[in-house]
Ligand binder design. Structure first.
Ligand code: ZN
Length: 161
């Protein structure tokens, strides 16, 4: 059992408290089998509001899958207490925004998509369903009369205890 944190980095312009919005937020990931080293070539998502039973156990996990090379079962859980807001003060530094409990796999890639939210740094204007698929996002804060944006989105993974 390995805990892996997703570290996020971006340049926030006039918005803050960027976060994954709600339990139905979909984390799109790619995995590597820790048994045989096979790497998945397709994106698989998991979300907090979906759980499936694990084979041969009474437990459940957010994602249960099987390595297509060695057929080893593996499962991944989102650790909800690790979900963290990324603020404008965090800009241009890596910060863990979520961690996953991984059994039988490690995580090799992340695809940010829609479902993020944030708000204007001075106005509390809410921006919902922010899409970071292009690794940047721009909008306009009508209350504050200023452009807002998220730029230079990067990520990496670290093992945590
Ligand atoms: Zn395998």
């Amino acid at each position: 059992m390995v805990k892996i944190a997703l570290q996020f980095k971006a340049n926030l312009e006039n918005v803050t408290e960027l976060q994954a919005d709600g339990e139905d937020f979909r984390w799109y990931l790619k995995f590597r089998c820790t048994n045989c080293g096979e790497e998945s070539d397709k994106w698989i998502y998991l979300s907090q509001d979906e759980t499936v039973p694990m084979k041969g156990s009474r437990g459940k996990a957010n994602l249960v899958t099987k390595c297509k090379m060695c057929s080893r079962d593996c499962s991944i859980d989102i650790l909800p207490e690790t979900i963290t807001k990324y603020t404008i003060e965090d800009s241009n530094t890596f910060k863990s925004i979520v961690a996953f409990d991984c059994r039988g796999v490690s995580i090799i890639d992340f695809s940010p998509r829609n479902g993020f939210k944030c708000h204007g740094v001075d106005s509390n204007t809410m921006f919902e369903d922010v899409n970071l698929e292009e690794r940047e996002w721009v909008d306009y804060d009508d209350r504050q009369n200023q452009p807002v944006g998220i730029y230079e989105v990067e990520h990496k993974f670290i093992n945590i205890k």
